[in-house]
Design a binder for this molecule. Sequence first.
Ligand code: ADP
Length: 486
Amino acid sequence: MAVKKEKIGVLFASFEAVPFLKTGGLGDVAGSLPKALKHQGYDVRVVLPKVSVIPDKYKEKMNHIKDFYFPLSWRSVYCGIEEYTLKGITYYFIDNEYYFKRDGIYGYFDDGERMAYFSKAICEIIPYIPDFDCRILHCQDWHTALAPVFLRECYRGQAIYERIKSIYTVHNLKFQGQMSDYVLGDVLGLNEVPAANSQLHINRDTINFMKGALLYSDIISTVSPTYAQEIQNPFYGEHLERIFQRRWATLWGILNGIDTDFFNPEKDKAIEENFSKDDLTGKKECKKALQNEFCLEENEDIPVVIMVGRLTQQKGLDLLACVLDEMLLKPMQLIILGTGDQEYEWMLKNAEYRHPDKMRVCLNFDEKLSHRMYAGADILLMPSLFEPCGLTQMIAMRYGTLPVVRQTGGLRDSVSCYNEYTGEGTGFGFNNYNAHELLYTMQHAIDLYRDNKDVWYSLVEQAMNQDFSWNNAAKTYDEMYKEVLK
Ligand code: ADP
């Protein structure tokens, strides 16, 4: 009789995951990576907060499986576990209305306490997950950073927890969860624990959740090989570079993928007309529709340039501000979709006012519109100051839209820059964080679009031929999981 091989249990913890919650790339990753890991043979379950903004159609179908109270420093806090299975993946939603019944996901005065609660709840629910042999706890970003800390400090010696190894993945080093020192005792209840006390502090008055995760986790990873190198350097390290230098041997850099079923120009229902790399007629229709939607001149020969993303310093908006007017002297149309810092929103709205026939700015979060933009545009602009991975450029290439990027982090790892001697490339790149390098690269791309359509469409074909699915990444995650269990 064949012996049934038990699958290794992976609890994948994140504060957002599509289709339930999304503010950016983390939501995309947490919504698609677990499926790829399941294909690698792991028993992956995902834990998320039951935040009010989750659409009702999902909330209504969740099953309540358990509720109990656990201590968070002097508090006794409620924890409900709601279960929901979608496309073969089981999700556990942590229910606590005091922390999660809010109109938004992040940005509250008590985010530190909310994330501390969530991190401890992740550990608390493990024994109650049915038929699950948890061997790996895989945490994402600062929201779950305290889970590896609690795992070691609060549950040591208990058999079910002793078997668990922890992995912590940095998606964005900019957000670390820095809190006043009183949180250590008042919220985490760890001020009497000497190791936690020294590992979480960054100075006498401040603790840092992410620093805790980086020191307590068995393996740490980030979302592209180049970013894994960059963060060992003070320019990118956000004051944590020494930890990355010290832990380089257990630091993995694995390039994210995208959900290629969801981002699929051949099947996407959100776009004007479907298309494939073998027949780009539909893309031309999408471009026309986009120009019409934004009341821009409907003209195939004018390249449509888009930006989609958070309007923050990270995304290179300072560079754009310097050369925007000069850039718009070229025959082009620029459409920007995003929300973010007020200074950038105003800068862009102001530029839109100055260039009414060439520029549109949409200060919104609109998933469907973003698909119409990826499909209808010719060029995606992404001049990031730093970019741990970036998914936008991969989505753009999948829709035959060539990225113009600063070659940093995941942009360097995913976009191959046009080489005019070999004809190879899937986009255009520049190296230094310099506005004129951006300007020249953009001008070069626009000239190529105007003057040499054969080369342009050969680049489009190369871009659309890239495999940005999770297949490659999942194999490397598999190696990392094997490594941590050794
Ligand atoms: P981030 O640094 O924000 O994680 P990524 O490039 O990794 O950036 O991922 C951004 C994801 O969020 C992409 O799927 C992109 O299409 C989406 N996105 C960002 N801003 C918007 C917006 N304003 N409207 C619609 N989708 C957006």
